[in-house]
Design a binder for this molecule. Sequence first.
Ligand code: C2E
Ligand code: CA
Ligand code: CA
Ligand code: CA
Length: 274
Amino acid sequence: AKQGGRGRVACFDSGLMKEERYRRQIERELRGAILMNELEIHYQPIHGLTDGRISSLEALVRWRHPVRGLISPADFIPIAERSSLIEKLGDWVFARVCADAAHWPGLKVSINVSPVQLKARGFLDMVKKCLLATGCSPQNIAIEITEGVIMDEMAGQAEHLRELRALGIGIWLDDFGSGYSGLSYLRDFPIDVIKIDKGLVQDMASNHANRVFVSAIAQLGHGLDRQVVAEGIETEADLTLARAAGCSHAQGYHFARPMAAKDIAAYAGFGASI
Ligand code: C2E
Ligand code: CA
Ligand code: CA
Ligand code: CA
């Protein structure tokens, strides 16, 4: 332990050490959770703003912990990303989603893929294997990537995204408008859909600059022939602003919360693909 003053040692222990212990505990339990089938995928609809119909679904992982209850991905994905666990978890998600999506022809399902996972050697083979094993069409699958992936791709392996694209898998850019979000990404990478970060969308009502930003992104997207999804639409007012800004699609609690796979068929009545 650290020397010099009991207070400092205690503080160090209850702070960083505790956090580190917690992280390792979650990591250990998560490893078991994948084997014990404690993970599940919920699906959140994305709607077209011209016809109002469902066009696609975002797959969002949850952990049904036997003691702690339903745990949000925000609480375990970052921990998984710090170890090789994210690959196992990501593979499980891909297989589960392909199996579900095979039953929903005409509905595209987008999967969040961590930069670490996309970089992993076997990623492309894993994807092909999932498609083959489930009979899911690549047209039914898209991956959602963030700025972090773009940075990695720029650092060298730009082929990854193009190979996925060549298979017929959609490439969607998530959380656009948060972080640095360079405009050149949209020009230089094979991106089909731009998802505008909910932070930007939700502030539109109170923040004039955000309305200008969302409009500009929507216009840019359409000029480049990309679809533009407004995330985090919670109210009728949010929806009106997103439509006025020129977004083509929207997602958020106003339409539906993420739901279990078994509830999708009834919700969708099976609409057209994005
Ligand atoms: P994200 O990709 O930006 O996903 C959108 C998040 O916003 C989801 O949180 C969703 O439930 C939430 N959301 C949807 N509509 C609304 C709304 O109207 N208002 C508000 N306030 N929130 C809304 P969730 O499911 O907790 O996921 C959090 C993050 O965890 C995701 O953010 C994504 O980065 C990550 N994640 C989720 N599933 C996966 C996965 O399978 N793999 C990886 N690598 N990451 C995942
Ligand atoms: Ca996402
Ligand atoms: Ca997002
Ligand atoms: Ca996010």
